[in-house]
Design a protein around this ligand. Structure first.
Ligand SMILES: [Zn+2]
Length: 233
């Protein structure tokens, strides 16, 4: 009965907001949404230390990515999965911002952040945005943006309905990826910039590939990728 379980889980969040959204344990004073034990024990990838990491390899031969890194490994039935479930489906977008600021702080040490001029989140389809009410990747980007003091263009990429982009025959077409329906509404904002695309969970990397190639086609100097988590398969 997954629906019933979801219902209880959402109900528990309303009734017990002081429980950790990753492990369910009690939140102590000073902690917000995620307990310190989870924060410390989340499985880091440390991909920023290895340019040829597993996430970067996903794009080899597909599209040119400057840096590809992810905060955590995603495993089924894990605390990371539970946390991401709240982020995506249980109206807890602030988790994204918390995780983004933690990751941003952990990457401050080695000047790594200086590789980027601007952050662009992977957009949601307008219908999905309407039903969810927020873009979870943009919240992750906000957290990083605050710590690194670099701007995020929340509308840097947009997703449009397939039919529109396929029937349009104008010079605007070159700003659009016809196949996927992504667009860059204002190419001037990213021209000559080192762009960091942020996403929630990466599995195949197909969505990111479409976003990256479109940003490059529209004049980005380099494009890199930061995700909250990556699946290990
Ligand atoms: Zn916890």
């Amino acid at each position: 009965m997954p629906i019933l379980k979801d219902y209880f889980s959402a109900f528990a969040y309303i009734l017990f907001p002081d429980n950790c959204l990753a492990c369910g344990g009690v939140i102590e004073q000073g902690e917000k949404h995620i307990c310190t034990v989870c924060r410390v024990s989340f499985p880091r990838t440390n991909f920023h230390l290895d340019k040829e990491n597993m996430l970067a390899q996903k794009f080899w031969g597909r599209v040119k990515v400057e840096h590809a890194f992810a905060y955590l490994f995603f495993r089924k039935q894990s605390n990371v999965q539970s946390m991401l479930h709240y982020l995506k489906y249980k109206n807890a977008p602030e988790i994204g911002q918390i995780i983004g600021s933690w990751y941003g702080q952990e990457l401050l040490d080695n000047d790594f952040y200086k590789n980027f001029d601007v952050i662009v989140p992977v957009p949601l389809h307008p219908k999905k945005f309407k039903s969810r009410g927020y873009n979870q990747s943009a919240y992750f980007g906000r957290g990083i943006s605050e710590v690194w003091k670099i701007p995020q263009l929340e509308q840097g990429l947009q997703k449009v309905a397939h039919t529109e982009s396929q029937t349009k025959k104008s010079r605007e077409e070159r700003y659009q990826n016809i196949k996927t329906g992504f667009t860059v509404p204002n190419p001037k904002e990213i021209e000559g910039k080192n762009v960091l695309v942020v996403d929630d969970v990466v599995t195949t990397g197909a969505t990111l590939e479409a976003c990256i190639s479109l940003l490059l086609e529209n004049g980005a100097k380099t494009v890199s990728v930061a995700a909250i988590a990556v699946t290990q398969s």
